[in-house]
Design a binder for this molecule. Structure first.
Ligand SMILES: CCCCC/C=C\C/C=C\C/C=C\C=C\C(=O)SCCNC(=O)CCNC(=O)[C@H](O)C(C)(C)COP(=O)(O)OP(=O)(O)OC[C@H]1O[C@@H](n2cnc3c(N)ncnc32)[C@H](O)[C@@H]1OP(=O)(O)O
Ligand SMILES: Cc1cc2nc3c(=O)[nH]c(=O)nc-3n(C[C@H](O)[C@H](O)[C@H](O)COP(=O)(O)OP(=O)(O)OC[C@H]3O[C@@H](n4cnc5c(N)ncnc54)[C@H](O)[C@@H]3O)c2cc1C
Length: 621
């Protein structure tokens, strides 16, 4: 790997900083300037990848972090959804036709599913693709106002291709949602093709550098060969054929991005915010800890440690969980390609659950990092607002988090129901086949095994109780749908408990795998702090069935507080270990050299509002 961890050849680091780092300040740009600047950097990025012969995924991701610090470019939907969908859902012939062009950026695509009226409820989408055997075409149409495609990244101005999810109709019969490759714009003029009305959906909470757009079809014809036909085909005469595979295969792109979001969005976003807040807390001196003594680093205040060190532990946990989620995705996806689809339901459930759980925790954590930085945390110079708006989008796209937790809960209820009928669960839910031990093994030593067992107990109990409550609701006369809805708060909490246990278990396994005893001890402290904070913040879940008692909770609190001072000496080193380049951080507060005040003043003086302008003088006179 050429670049991983800043291993960029030195001379090219200067070039990268010239190309991407020392360029015009993002914070001083208008939305249109930000969008244009992103397009320029996309072109530079593509040229640099060719120049440095960059193919290794990790290298490209690291380099992307330099080129597009804490922002998504149009390459996100193109490389993250358009190309993977072509590869996963296209026939060999279709892959040969479109993937090389897409990988050379001769065509730029996006993933076009959400509509004005529907995003979550995929089966409620209205765009139609009606097959005409006479012309051997699919006619795409937006039959209603609410069917207008709305939100796809890059759709507004940039992309000239897209994967459109539409209802397939043949001879009046609806075959459900299918993926279609659609050329949107002329490759010569870049104008929308006749029959398409397209544009940008306007300013958003963040994502200024992406033209999320709208697309209305007016009886727009595409060749029969443009329906992605790996799993199902439409023959020239309109005959529909499909392999006896899970109809949910057309949802594959969503599983892929959800699996990647855990590391790429939640893990990276929270780790950057912790880096900024903890480095700044080591620089910032404020108030008096002791009379007539110099102002201390704010990182020496226990309350500051209590704010930031649990988030540091969470950042490591989400990072490790994101790496594991990617491993599982590629492993199960390979099994599916070989026809073994047994683990698809579990992959859907764990990717949905972890995507929701980690993006919610990361959003909350990034905001706490901002709050811990006082006034300068509220400045755009901190880099934290941009990190926040970029990460929090992950709570909504690729499946709104509540809906994703309910999908995870649906799987857990299926598994738990199976256990009661004698089926042995495996993988991430194997613990549901074990007898729930009510004996708490937590002692003042707080071994990682005992802590993980506590989270296992909590998850198993909450899943069991959610299932029993569902059954009671149905037994009392509610139909299955009403019972599900009346139980949905309990179900989402059970899904969260399952994801929380999974994350603690992953962290424990990583700590146990470390050979260096010094590193092992430090990571053990972080894992203990993660678990103890989880118990403290959800103490009701642990004492409700008597699993933990008040004395044990007191031990938890004492250990939590003592860990703060144990972690303090290594806190800055632990964020330096994330190895973010200053350009990737995009923060004056988080600079590696710690030269905050001088650069903050230099930055402020450059702000456009300080440029003399008659109009303002006239207004202020
Ligand atoms: C390389 C990536 C980098 C990381 C990202 C970085 C940057 C990204 C930048 C910006 C974001 C970019 C793009 C954003 C894109 C989008 O947002 S695309 C649109 C995403 N939209 C959604 O996710 C919609 C969410 N809704 C749904 O998925 C479905 O409507 C829902 C699952 C909620 C319900 O579907 P439905 O068909 O109604 O299913 P049921 O609930 O009835 O369940 C039926 C069974 O099907 C199983 N199932 C459902 N979904 C899947 C799936 N995806 N895969 C496999 N199986 C699935 C479900 O479990 C049920 O099974 P059982 O009957 O229980 O056995
Ligand atoms: C930054 C960003 C980028 C995006 N990029 C793309 C893209 O490239 N391509 C694309 O196709 N789409 C994209 N989207 C759209 C995104 O996928 C949808 O917004 C998302 O799936 C949520 O659907 P929705 O907007 O319909 O929300 P809704 O479902 O309307 O959510 C509103 C509320 O309803 C609740 N709710 C909905 N259904 C249920 C239920 N069954 N049970 C309980 N509560 C429920 C939700 O929990 C939420 O609180 C993007 C969105 C964003 C924000």
């Amino acid at each position: 790997m050429l670049f991983k961890g800043g291993g960029l050849p030195h001379e090219s680091l200067a070039l990268q900083e010239k190309l991407f780092g020392a360029g015009p300040d993002y914070n001083f740009m208008t939305r249109i300037e930000r969008f244009k600047n992103s397009l320029v950097r996309v072109q530079h990025f593509i040229r640099c990848c060719a120049r440095y012969n960059l193919h290794d995924h990790a290298d490209k991701k690291w380099f992307e972090g330099v080129a597009f610090p804490n922002e998504v470019s149009v390459l996100g939907p193109h490389s993250g959804m358009f190309i993977p969908t072509l590869k996963e859902q296209g026939s060999e012939e279709q892959i040969q036709k479109w993937v090389p062009q897409a990988e050379k950026h001769q065509i730029m695509g996006t993933y076009i599913q959400t509509e004005l009226g529907h995003g979550t409820f995929v089966r409620g989408l209205e765009t139609t693709a009606t097959y005409d055997p006479k012309t051997e075409e699919f006619i795409l149409n937006s039959p209603t106002l609410t069917s207008i495609k709305w939100w796809p990244g890059g759709l507004g101005r940039t992309c000239n291709f897209g994967i459109v999810m539409a209802l397939l109709y043949i001879d009046g019969k609806n075959y459900g949602m299918h993926p279609f490759v659609v050329q949107l714009r002329s490759l010569k003029t870049h104008e929308p093709l006749p029959g398409l009305t397209m544009g940008d959906i306007g300013p958003k909470f963040g994502f200024d550098t992406v033209d999320n757009g709208y697309l209305q079809f007016n009886h727009f014809g595409i060749p029969r060969e443009n329906m992605l036909m790996k799993y199902c085909q439409v023959l020239k005469n309109g005959t529909y054929t499909k392999q006896t595979r899970n109809p949910k295969f057309s949802y594959g792109a969503m599983i892929f991005v959800r699996s990647m979001v855990v590391y790429e969005v939640a893990g990276q976003g929270l780790a950057k915010a912790c880096t900024i807040a903890i480095r700044y807390s080591a620089i910032r001196r404020q108030s008096e800890l002791k009379k007539s003594r110099p102002e201390p680093q704010i990182l020496d205040y226990q309350t500051q440690q209590y704010k930031l060190f649990p988030l540091l532990a969470l950042a490591y946990a989400v990072w490790f969980t994101g790496v594991r989620m990617k491993e599982i995705y590629f492993m199960v996806n390979n099994e599916i390609k070989q026809g073994h689809t047994e683990r698809l339901p579990e992959l859907h459930a764990i990717s949905s659950g972890l995507k929701a759980f980690t993006t919610s925790m990361a959003s909350w954590g990034i905001e706490r990092c901002r709050l811990a930085c006082g006034g300068h945390g509220y400045s755009a110079a901190s880099g934290l607002p941009k990190i926040y708006v970029n990460a929090t989008g992950g709570c909504t796209y690729e499946g709104e988090n509540t809906v994703m937790l309910l999908q995870c809960a649906r799987f857990l209820m299926n598994i738990y129901g199976g256990v009661k009928n004698g089926r042995r669960p495996s993988g991430s839910v194997n613990y549901l086949g074990e007898r729930i031990s009510s004996r708490c093994t937590l002692t003042s030593e707080f071994t990682l095994k005992s802590l993980a067992d506590a989270f296992k107990h909590r998850a198993a109990r909450m899943i069991k109780e959610a299932s029993e409550r569902l059954n009671r609701l149905q037994a009392s006369g509610n139909d299955p749908e009403d019972s599900w809805n009346l139980n949905s708060v309990v179900l989402t909490k059970a899904a969260e408990a399952h994801c929380h246990y999974y994350m603690v278990l992953v962290f424990e396994s990583v700590v146990e795998s470390v050979e260096d005893n010094c590193v092992k001890d430090i990571l053990r402290q972080l894992c203990q702090l993660l678990a103890l904070c989880g118990i403290q913040e959800n103490s009701g879940d642990f004492i409700q069935d008597g699993f933990l008692n008040n004395d044990q909770l007191e031990l938890v609190k004492q250990k939590q507080l003592s860990l703060l001072s144990e972690i303090r000496p290594n806190a800055v080193l632990l964020v330096d270990a994330f190895e973010f380049h200053d350009v990737q951080l995009g923060s004056i507060l988080g600079r590696f050299d710690g030269n905050v005040y001088e650069n903050l003043f230099k930055w402020a003086k450059k702000t456009p509002l300080n440029k003399p302008e008659d109009l303002i003088h006239r207004l202020l006179r």
